[in-house]
Design a protein around this ligand. Structure first.
Ligand code: S3P
Length: 431
């Protein structure tokens, strides 16, 4: 048990930072490397515990990999190196690991039991198991459709025509990965408007995929080949420096090597609409736009975030609540019911955070409304075992009066182990 972290109001934050490699892209690169034939070399891979969970789990299923610092080489055998195991395989806190592995194991005819920590054990798995079963998978869930997940070697999968009921990139990716080793083609329709890293990455590995406005078609019996990939910085980690830079007076921060995929930069667009001084520069484009973000402290006004915008900033919404307390006027978010089933119930967690610090918020089943500006007061707050809540609390502490004590701050290691070190660096550069 770690002791709670004490934080004070901040001096200006100044400097240039690089953030860890993108978590979503790292998981996908590892799994596709494990399905391809030949070596896949992934540089700049995320160092957090979630991606380590995918590496460990793939190892438990027999995939050979080597890691030196942030470079991982996957020894791909066209999927033939994966082995069934009776021992439970621990996906820790990582929903992406469990959901994508359910699909990969099913498609390769590998038997396995996937477990996770207490938070992962509460998260919905039926929405993944059902379409995979339609493809022919044999999957059993526990309790009310949760982990442990049991995947049984069964019939070979076949392609389906499926309409996604929710804008979930994990669901879309699970089905795209399953489709690769299925017979026939798979067509996805419906809510395709989530992050599109898998669609961008698949052609690099040699998969046949076609996308238009309302469907994605991927061919089965894919012969993937290993590739070299560079993982750009994670915009969901950069978001904390963007918010801190905007909120702490006198700050100027530059973030380099960031993934600027439009399906991930909704937070930047919403803050710009609030009046924030944020500039973005794309320096290369394929397969992901990558570039620099520059941020300066700014005066903000409240905005409405429409349901259609939510997928592009889903992971940044707890942080947006902190930002909204400092903006002039009403900020309102709707259509974000998925926040209820993340690593924590993030609507309840963000409400607890800002209320503990003396601000008021109205919550709804699918969002929240905050009228600002409201001063934040340092207070004891909980991270609810959720890395993004912990880092949102840290940003709130930087602009609060008095001391904030964050319980569970160590959970930042899920996605951003260097978070507090980088914060010290940015404080140290103040004039
Ligand atoms: C992710 C998709 C999103 C996001 C999660 C990572 C991914 O979840 O919240 O942090 O890598 O595909 P959903 O698929 O549940 O929307």
């Amino acid at each position: 048990m770690n002791s709670p972290l004490r934080m004070a109001r901040s001096s200006p934050l100044r400097g240039t930072v690089r953030v860890p490699g993108d978590k979503s892209i790292s998981h996908r690169a590892l799994l596709l490397g494990g399905l391809a034939r030949g070596w896949t070399r992934i540089s700049g891979i995320a160092r957090g515990a979630d991606v380590r969970a995918t590496i460990r789990a793939m190892g438990a299923f027999g995939v050979q990999m080597q890691q030196h610092d942030d470079v991982v080489i996957v020894h791909g055998t066209g999927g033939q190196g994966w082995r069934s195991t009776n021992a439970p395989v621990d996906c820790a806190n990582s929903g992406t690991t469990m959901r994508l592995l359910m699909s990969v194991l099913s498609s390769l005819g590998v038997t396995g039991t996937l477990t996770g920590d207490e938070s992962l054990g509460r998260r919905p798995m039926r929405r993944f198991a059902e379409p995979l079963r339609q493809m022919g998978a044999t999957i059993a869930l526990s309790g009310d459709g949760v982990a442990p997940v049991y995947v049984q070697d069964g019939a070979r999968l076949h392609g389906i025509d499926y309409s996604l009921p929710i804008a979930s990139a994990q669901l879309k990716t699970a089905l795209l990965l399953a489709a690769l080793n299925a017979g026939g083609s798979t067509t996805l329709r419906g809510r395709l408007d989530s992050r599109d890293h898998t669609e961008r990455m698949l052609p690099r590995f040699g998969a046949a995929i076609r996308r238009d406005a309302d469907r994605i078609v991927v061919e089965g019996d894919a012969q993937l080949r290993g590739v070299f990939l560079e993982v750009p910085g994670d915009p969901s980690s950069a978001a904390f420096w963007i918010a801190a830079g905007v909120l702490v007076p006198g700050s100027e921060i530059e973030i380099r090597g960031i993934c600027l995929n439009p399906t991930r930069t909704g937070f930047v667009r919403v803050l710009q609409r609030m009046g924030a001084h944020i500039e973005t520069y794309v320096v290369r484009n394929e397969p992901e736009p990558v570039g620099t973000i520059r941020v300066q402290s700014s005066t903000l006004r409240g905005v409405n975030v429409e349901a259609g915008e939510v997928p592009d900033l889903i992971d940044e919404l707890p942080l947006l609540a902190v930002v909204a307390t400092q903006a002039d006027g009403v900020t309102s978010v709707r259509g974000a019911q998925e926040l209820r089933v993340k690593e924590s119930d993030r609507i309840a967690a963000l409400a607890s955070l800002v209320e503990s610090m003396g601000a008021s918020v109205q919550t709804a089943p699918d969002g929240f409304t905050i009228t600002g500006p409201q001063p934040l007061r340092g207070a004891p707050v909980s991270a609810f075992g959720d890395h993004r809540v912990a880092m949102s609390a840290a940003v709130a502490a930087l602009c609060a009066h008095g001391e904030t004590v964050i319980e569970g701050a160590e959970t930042v290691a899920i996605s951003y182990p260097e978070f507090f070190g980088t914060l010290q660096m940015l404080k140290g550069n103040a004039p």
